[in-house]
Design a protein around this ligand. Structure first.
Ligand code: NCD
Length: 300
């Protein structure tokens, strides 16, 4: 792996390798305490972030590396009009690996063309969020011991949520997975993504959650992406379309897991946090192990 900007570029074996390495690291982190000694990671965040930035930082620091970067583009020269490629050229000179989150689709490709060190996307517009998908499948694998023969419901803003395409691409690499895509009609998964997974992943599209959730292994809930809406009124109309609360989950199996990339707003009520199915905080924590594994494989 030279750069990581799309899950599409990873094979099933590469995904499994990251998952198994993340597991190994979680079980024995001290073995990796010096793996990034003397290395520098540049974190370039052109969009807000809590988990992605902090867990990448935590991952790199836990392996003995050092960090530079910015979390507010207004404090960087992009504010003066500097291009993505010039910023990346400079960050390549100052670091051994770059993590970039950017609001523009295509920015990952542009950046990877000029980066002379490994470039990792921490989220690219509405396009993809590859490291999130890797921590998501790590979470699923830890729970079920497999990444095939799974029934996964994806719920919420499937149009603008970038974690969705990446997770769909990841699940499509394995056998016999079925996904059910629940969103308001206005927020369906984009056609281009559906054509990418066509024939590789069995999917059904719907608006109403089924009354019975028994067959689901995973319910993956997402936030309605306020900042991507062209029309604020439409956001107001759709923001509470799904609210997952204990009564919605009544028919779920005890071993089903509720996931969410976070931040959650109103789409999962706080009383779900206490239920045995809630796995979103654990999922976020898994992000550190998954990102340590990704960095370990990419920065040597
Ligand atoms: C996601 C993102 O930025 O796409 N957050 C994250 O990285 N965990 C999801 C979101 O913002 O809704």
């Amino acid at each position: 792996m030279d750069h990581l900007i799309s899950i599409k570029h990873l094979s099933k074996d590469e995904i499994l390798d990251i998952v198994q390495l993340a597991d190994k690291i979680e079980k024995n982190p001290s073995e990796y305490a010096d793996a990034m000694k003397g290395k520098i990671m540049a974190n370039l965040f052109f969009e807000p972030s809590t988990r992605t930035r902090l867990s990448f930082e935590s991952a790199f620091l836990r392996m003995g590396g050092q960090i530079l970067g910015f979390s507010d583009p207004a404090a960087s020269s992009s504010k003066k009009g500097e291009s993505i490629s010039d910023t990346i050229r400079m960050a390549s000179a100052y670091s051994d690996v770059i993590v970039m989150r950017h609001f523009l689709e295509g920015s990952g490709v542009v950046a990877s063309k000029v980066a002379s060190v490994p470039l990792i996307s921490g989220g690219t517009g509405i396009q993809e969020h590859p490291t999130q998908a890797l921590l998501d499948v790590f979470t699923i694998w830890k729970e079920f011991g497999r990444l095939d023969n799974l029934t996964v419901g994806l719920v919420g803003d499937l149009r603008y949520g970038r974690t969705i395409p990446s997770l769909l691409y990841a699940l499509s690499k394995f056998e016999n997975n079925r996904v059910f895509l629940y969103s308001p009609n206005q927020l369906r998964v984009r056609m281009s993504i559906l054509s990418d997974i066509d024939g590789k992943l069995s999917y059904e599209v719907g608006e109403k959650l089924p009354d019975d959730l028994k067959e689901f292994d995973v319910l993956y809930v997402t936030r309605v992406q306020k900042e991507r809406f062209p029309d604020e009124q439409m956001y107001e109309r759709l923001k509470d379309f799904y609210v997952i609360n204990p009564s919605v989950l009544e028919t779920a199996r005890e071993d089903m897991i509720v996931m969410h990339p976070l931040p959650r707003i109103t789409e999962i009520s706080y009383d779900v946090d206490e239920l045995p199915q809630a796995r979103y905080f654990q999922q976020a924590k898994n992000g550190v192990w998954a990102r340590m594994a990704i960095l370990y494989r990419m920065v040597r």
